[in-house]
Write a protein that binds this ligand. Structure first.
Ligand code: GDP
Length: 442
């Protein structure tokens, strides 16, 4: 009766004993998939190389979860690593203790810097925090007008001195005005160029020196793809950024730029722009971004499910019980349910590499499991804890059989099979390989 199950236990057993590790050979394909996914998501080539190498080192030797293929589990390792790399949690905007909080916006022209400034101001206003927008792009009158228009739209004041003033001076005066008026946060929009330009960098640097901002946010267009890495490097080296806003994520980019920004600067993405409207700004969530970059949602769901169901602590407790021959019907039921919860029994069996099982056999195994479950459900607490109690008492077996709707000999067989299995498990626990159980690690 337990023949089918013993195979299932085999993989659970590997988990318990920690014998089956992720190895070079069983994840080659997965490494290739991950590399491709990252490149398709426009993660910078150099960044891809570093990330994949590091992940490879981390993953090798990781215990394989029972019921999950090593390559799939590798992808979970990758996912976790990406999430960690991007900061795990959303990083909120810095807030100065002595108001006002000063935010300096930096980035190339057209990335969405002005729009992002207004979006941020709107979010602050919604949090009952006052804001002042400062327009320092004196090179493009249209940029100042754009900020004024946006300011009106969201009901946030805009500080500007026209196009003849010096940008550093405008920034300083803007901050002074916010201070005088008790405004909570100043957002300084700056001039951008289509490409990195030394004059622009020098000006940004001067503004930064003059107003000592709490945040220097680099605005990065997610569509920039590969170039995001160079851009971040230059801005971070020359100005020093404290975070980034990734714009235009509503487009069809997978957003690999997020990974490049974080990997290169070590600074978190704090927000993402998801549309042209002023409301279209969201906090950045590393988990969502990692799924999007990998584009492998299905596999991740499966692995996460397996991890949820197989609780390491539970598995260790189980192992102890086996070693001490305290494994009882309750544990057995728990183990069975754990497997069933992970999806249909058959689905899981098919995921085990090299497992060849016909649908007929699967159906039989599943029916068998149901029988066992219903018989165990008809046992008293005491009987479940102490299988020998049933072995000794024909009356008890009869009662259980009646309750479950089976024959007494079915219960007798269940109990004797269970005792036999427990004996085998105990032998294995002591390091002896029992005869007739191929594939069990010794
Ligand atoms: P700046 O030159 O960096 O200040 O860029 P702007 O704020 O003027 O934005 C440039 C263009 O990008 C405008 O047409 C914006 O409407 C658009 N834009 C900005 N952010 C987003 C976004 O998150 N999604 C989309 N689809 N468009 C955006």
């Amino acid at each position: 009766m337990f023949d089918e199950l013993s195979e299932k236990f085999d993989s659970a057993w590997k988990k318990l004993r920690g014998h089956d590790k992720i190895s070079d050979t069983n994840v080659q394909d997965a490494i290739r998939d991950v590399r491709r996914a990252l490149l398709e998501a426009d993660v910078n080539l150099q960044v891809v190389k570093e990330v994949v190498d590091r992940i490879g080192e981390k993953a090798l030797g990781t215990d394989v979860i029972a019921g999950v293929r090593p390559d799939q589990q590798f992808i979970q390792v990758v996912y976790n690593e990406l999430v960690e790399l991007m900061g795990t949690d959303n990083q909120p905007l810095a807030q100065s203790e002595n108001s006002p909080t000063i935010i300096l916006m930096a980035g190339l022209q057209g990335t969405g810097k002005t729009t992002a400034s207004a979006k941020l101001a709107l979010q602050l206003r919604k949090q009952e925090r006052s804001a002042l927008l400062v327009a320092t792009d004196v090179y493009r009158p249209a940029a100042i007008d754009q900020l004024i228009t946006l300011g009106k739209q969201i009901n946030v004041p805009v500080f500007q001195l026209g196009t003849d003033a010096n940008p550093v001076e405008i920034a300083k005066q803007g901050v002074a005005q916010a201070q005088a008026e008790g405004i909570d946060t100043v957002i300084v929009d700056t001039a951008g160029r289509l490409q990195i330009d030394q004059d622009m960098m020098a000006e940004l640097s001067q503004i930064k020196g003059a107003i000592d901002p709490d945040e220097v946010l680099l605005v990065v267009d997610a569509m920039t793809g590969q170039e995001a890495a160079n851009l971040t490097q230059t801005f971070h080296d020359q100005i020093g950024i404290t975070g980034a806003i990734l714009t235009k994520l509503d487009g069809d980019t997978r957003g690999g730029a997020a990974l490049s920004v974080r990997e290169i600067s070590g600074q978190p993405i704090k927000f993402v722009g998801v549309g042209e409207k002023v409301e279209a700004l969201q906090p950045f969530y590393p988990e969502r971004m990692a799924s999007r970059i990998l584009g492998m949602g299905d596999v991740l769901t499966l692995v996460e499910k397996a991890q949820e169901e197989i609780d390491i602590a539970d598995a260790e407790k189980l192992q102890e019980k086996i070693l001490e021959a305290r494994f009882d019907f309750d544990d057995f039921l728990k183990q069975t349910r754990m497997m069933k919860n992970m999806g249909s029994f058959g689905g899981i069996m098919k995921l085990i590499p090299g497992m060849k099982i016909s649908d007929d056999q699967l159906n039989q195994a599943e029916t068998q499991l149901k029988r066992v479950e219903s018989m165990i459900s008809s046992m008293t607490k005491q009987e479940r804890k102490d299988p020998d109690l049933l072995a000794r008492s024909p009356g008890r077996k009869q009662r259980v059989a009646k309750g479950a709707g089976y024959k007494t000999q079915d219960v007798t067989k269940l109990v004797s099979d269970f005792q036999r299995m427990r004996g085998l498990m105990q032998q294995m626990g002591q390091g002896n390989m029992p005869m007739g159980m191929p594939g069990m690690p010794g």
